[in-house]
Design a binder for this molecule. Structure first.
Ligand code: C2E
Ligand code: MG
Ligand code: MG
Ligand code: MG
Length: 279
């Protein structure tokens, strides 16, 4: 009886694993064609200045638009691409699209707000990363200050020289570096002591309703004060409610990114919004 039950669970377990592997294999089988056929589409989520609620740039977020019209979110395919290295090609593709957008705006005589792109941790161990990024902005002739780089917090848990050297090189080359997902994992505080990053992006976990005894707000207040002392502007991500906006404003947060103001949107929609805000 007992043994039968165990075997049943084991069968379920392996069946689930099998499905997971199948799904992963399908992603791997389709990725090259998807890139060639431009099925990867870059969306833009505006960031809003809390002072006046004006849009000030955006974050580029990739989606996979399958030929049948379904949209796959990055949470599904990025972990697979980080395992097999394809993320290096995909990240570069996204940066290229973003540089094109910036170059087009500059050539039309506009002064666009900076756009941030995500840089996978895998790229930091890619020996061609720094050179290819610098070559890219040179190819489009855009000043590097228009392209902001988001590096997720956990990247810095390796205090290896690789990371320090990359950050120094990128700063010398004129890029702005954001620490993404701050507070989502471990590490961070000593990292801020050792590495001079430019902008702090606070993880949405800080905003989630935990015990409603004001602890979250106190921690947020302290984090924002710390960032200010370090001369780092603060962006809060994942802001969905008016109450959160009011609290963040009271605490002196600088920028907000979240569904409350805007979801990630297609390029044309973002360009329209950005132009309107500069009229
Ligand atoms: P991230 O860089 O931390 O991006 C923020 C994520 O939060 C995005 O999810 C965004 O759509 C979502 N978000 C924004 N506001 C809200 C909100 O108010 N509520 C909720 N619930 N969510 C909100 P998305 O687009 O699914 O991307 C997930 C993650 O995938 C990103 O997290 C980033 O780590 C990764 N990613 C996305 N695009 C790229 C890319 O081009 N390259 C790399 N390497 N990673 C990427
Ligand atoms: Mg990000
Ligand atoms: Mg984030
Ligand atoms: Mg700085």
């Amino acid at each position: 009886e007992c043994k039968g039950q165990y075997m049943h669970h084991e069968a379920l377990y392996t069946e689930q694993m099998g499905k997971e592997m199948q799904r992963e294999q399908q992603i791997i089988n389709e990725m090259d064609t998807a890139l060639e056929e431009k099925q990867f589409v870059v969306y833009f989520q505006p960031k809003y200045e809390l002072d006046g609620y004006t849009p000030r740039g955006a974050e580029a977020l990739v989606r996979w638009k399958k030929p049948d019209g379904t949209m796959v979110s990055p949470g599904e395919f990025i972990p697979v691409f980080e395992k097999n290295g394809f993320i290096i090609k995909l990240d570069y593709y996204v940066w290229d699209q973003v540089c094109q957008l910036i170059a087009t705006a500059l050539r039309a005589g506009r002064k666009p707000d900076p756009i941030s792109v995500n840089v996978s941790r895998v790229n930091l161990y890619n020996p061609n990363f720094l050179e290819s990024l610098v070559n890219l902005v040179e190819k489009y002739r855009i000043p590097p200050e228009y392209l902001h780089l988001e590096l997720t917090e956990s990247v810095f848990s390796d205090t290896e020289n690789v990371i320090l050297n990359a950050v120094n090189y990128l700063h010398k080359a004129g890029f702005t570096i954001l620490m993404d997902d701050f507070g989502s994992g471990y590490s961070s505080l000593n990292v801020l002591k050792d590495i001079d990053l430019d902008v702090l992006k606070i993880d949405m976990k800080f905003l989630s309703k935990g015990k409603d005894d004001g602890r979250g707000e106190k921690i947020l207040a302290a984090v924002i004060q710390m960032a200010k002392a370090l001369d780092m502007p603060v962006i809060a991500e994942g802001v969905e409610e008016k109450k959160q906006v009011q609290m963040l404003k009271r605490l002196g947060c600088n920028y907000i990114q979240g569904y409350y103001f805007a979801k990630p949107m297609p390029q044309e929609d973002y360009e329209r919004l950005a132009r309107k805000s500069h009229e």
